[in-house]
Design a protein around this ligand. Structure first.
Ligand SMILES: Cc1ncc(COP(=O)(O)O)c(C=O)c1O
Length: 369
């Protein structure tokens, strides 16, 4: 009898889990030990000299909660970006901030507008927060379809958030600032500009945050600052917007170690600038050299990665992996076709990669890898 009762009370997972969550697939990164990683748009260089030592010699009280306001880091980020600390909110990576933004402004009965192909986590965060996704695909895979975006916004009151990824992952495209500002001006929705790769592109809309009540800029330490492992992102916007997001943010979402790493990293800005300049030069080399390979479309890029499209369906990613290079196979992107994304490595890594991809191209029937 007791046993019977217990069985009746067992959780029926399929009946209990939210149906939209049941359809999600957990994120899985495919790490191939020993391969050169050119798949996650990370900074391939080690931290500037002395930075690790400075971080490790900082005194931490790991038995204490971190400063929930992260005041010192917010002050430093404010200084770095020329804004006030009250206009900065930190996250456990910008991934967390995408979710915090949708918890705050999205949710059931509300919609998020995105421009596929773009960063996949926007749609995932929308599902998690119960927000409907409205897609306005890029024109030819690279241009904002501004007219359709504006039309949809005026027709659909449920659109509360728009995310523009600039430069865009995975295409590397930099959208004109004037187009983004037109969207900001002509919609009531919150426009989030994800500037994860801004240091490589060199232009930002941060100077506009106080001109528009509906503009939020998202940034990360994971890319140019080479701190992907430490999960540190931030948003910048007017105080009212930041106060709204702060209601949803977990009180201790950024740990003490990452806070301190962020503070120290900003002191090494000049060193990082040197790394960024090398990566920008490398992107030019990658673009020029990949363009020489027949039957390969190479998209112009303003980020630290580049999108390539073999003419025919291919197993290029597998062939390169066998040669020791992990790149990101994005599969068949609607409106763009079969696509692969390659992040810049160090100059030595890129040189070896270019040799490998040329060998694969040479030893295969071109257009039919
Ligand atoms: C456009 C864009 N935004 C945000 C992120 C997430 O960054 P974080 O490591 O800060 O969560 C990425 C990571 O690839 C990205 O490409």
């Amino acid at each position: 009898m007791k046993q019977q009762k217990r069985q009746n009370m067992q959780l029926d997972i399929e009946q209990t889990i939210r149906q939209d969550i049941a359809s999600l697939k957990p994120y899985e990164a495919h790490v191939i030990e020993g391969n050169i990683k050119l798949d996650a748009n990370e900074n391939p260089f080690p931290w500037p000299m002395g930075m690790k030592e400075e971080l490790f010699s900082s005194g931490f009280e790991f038995n204490r909660y971190p400063d929930g306001k992260a005041q010192i880091l917010r002050d430093e980020i404010a200084r770095y970006n020329g804004v006030k600390a009250e206009e900065v909110l930190l996250g456990n990576g910008s991934d967390e901030l995408i979710q915090v933004t949708l918890h705050t402004f999205g949710g059931r009965g509300r919609s998020l507008m995105i421009h596929p192909p773009t960063f996949g986590m926007y749609a995932v965060a929308a599902t998690i927060t119960g927000t409907t996704v409205v897609e306005v695909p890029l024109l030819q895979g690279i241009k904002l379809d501004l007219n359709t975006m504006l039309e949809k916004c005026s027709d659909d009151e449920s659109i509360k958030v728009i995310i523009v990824c600039n430069p865009n992952n995975p295409t590397g495209t930099l959208f004109p600032q004037e187009e983004i500002l037109k969207l900001v001006r002509q919609t009531k929705a919150l426009v989030v500009v994800d500037e994860a790769y801004v240091e490589f592109a060199g232009e930002s809309l941060i100077g506009e945050i106080n001109n528009y009540p509906n503009l939020l800029i998202m940034r990360t330490f994971s890319k140019a600052f080479g701190m992907a492992a430490l999960r540190l992102g931030y948003v910048l916007g007017n105080e009212e917007l930041i106060n709204c997001l702060n209601k949803v943010r977990q009180p201790f979402n950024v740990n003490s170690f990452s806070q301190q790493a962020g503070v120290i990293a900003l002191k090494y800005e000049a060193e990082y600038k040197k790394q960024i300049e090398i990566i920008k030069k490398e992107m030019q080399i990658l673009y020029n050299e990949l363009n020489k390979i027949p039957n390969l479309r190479v998209l112009p890029t303003m980020a630290n990665f580049i999108l390539i499209q073999p003419k025919e369906p291919s197993n290029l990613a597998e062939k390169l992996s066998a040669k020791g290079f992990t790149i990101r196979n994005l599969g068949n992107i609607p409106g763009l076709g079969q696509s692969l994304r390659i992040s810049s490595g160090t100059p030595e890594e890129n040189k070896a990669f270019l040799q490998a991809i040329k060998e694969v191209a040479d030893s295969n029937n071109l257009g039919d890898y």
